[in-house]
Design a protein around this ligand. Structure first.
Ligand code: SF4
Length: 249
């Protein structure tokens, strides 16, 4: 694997920042795919039928029931997608580019959409979530200031788009809750935030370079493997338990 072939995406930044298993980083760099979880499938399906595309152009599909009918999860999503389309129209949210890719040198942004909100051009990310509207933890969106991963995504997309096009646009998450709630969250990523992000991109590049030189060293253990994207298919999955040592003096 050669550094010159590597593109720095926001997913790569997050995987490297975990300081977890370097084999998982290698798998991501090699483009190894994972079987989507039920929640991921719902998110992909929702995004595909709301804006007309998901990354890679594949159409997400639910397995039909034995009777041949659509499962309840899919029927609920179809209903939510109809209502969500009305919400987009009611709020003057227009999608112009679906799933565009922007590249600056070795940095890549796979945006959900470029469009406009109430007449202003912006970058857009669509989220579907099973969480409650007032949920702060475990993936909840009640307090976006606490969501470090959302900050990385907003900064990364704003930065890459700006470097690729020369335009500094606002970034929106449009979050759709399974139970029908919806939030329009605007991130204004200022110059200092984007400078910090440039530093994070540089650190990620250095770390990946080091990992390649050292041939991706890792020590698998259950603490890492149980929450890994690749746990279902990775032959190195380990049940080894690390010991939490507590000294009582
Ligand atoms: S399953 Fe375990 S060993 Fe395999 S990539 Fe994930 S964390 Fe690493």
């Amino acid at each position: 694997m050669k550094m010159k072939n590597i593109r720095i995406s926001q997913s790569l930044i997050k995987e490297v920042q975990k300081e977890g298993c370097e084999l998982a980083v290698k798998k991501m760099l090699m483009g190894e795919r994972t079987e989507p979880t039920e929640a991921m499938l719902c998110g992909l399906y929702f995004e595909h039928y709301l804006i007309g595309g998901t990354r890679g152009g594949e159409v997400p599909e639910f397995k039909p029931l034995k009777s041949g009918n659509k499962p309840k999860a899919e029927l609920d999503l179809i209903d939510l997608i109809d209502k969500s389309k009305d919400l987009l129209t009611a709020n003057d949210i227009i999608i112009d580019e679906v799933q565009p890719e922007y590249i600056h040198e070795d940095i890549v942004a796979h945006l959900d959409a470029v469009g406009s909100v109430r007449g202003e051009k912006c970058l857009i990310d669509i989220k579907w979530t099973g969480t409650k509207e007032d949920q702060k933890y475990n993936g909840g969106w009640a307090d976006p200031l606490m969501k470090e991963e959302a900050h990385i995504q907003a900064n990364h997309y704003t930065y890459t788009y700006m470097m690729a096009t020369g335009k500094h646009l606002p970034f929106y998450f449009i979050v759709f809750g399974k139970s029908g709630w919806c939030k329009l969250i605007r991130f204004n990523c200022g110059e200092s935030a984007l400078e910090r992000h440039e530093g994070i991109v540089n650190e990620t590049r250095d770390r990946v370079n080091q990992m390649i030189k050292e041939d991706f060293k890792y020590e698998a253990h259950l603490g890492l493997c149980s929450k890994c994207w690749y746990k279902k298919t990775c032959p190195s999955f380990s049940n080894h338990l690390q010991i939490d040592k507590i000294e009582l003096l």
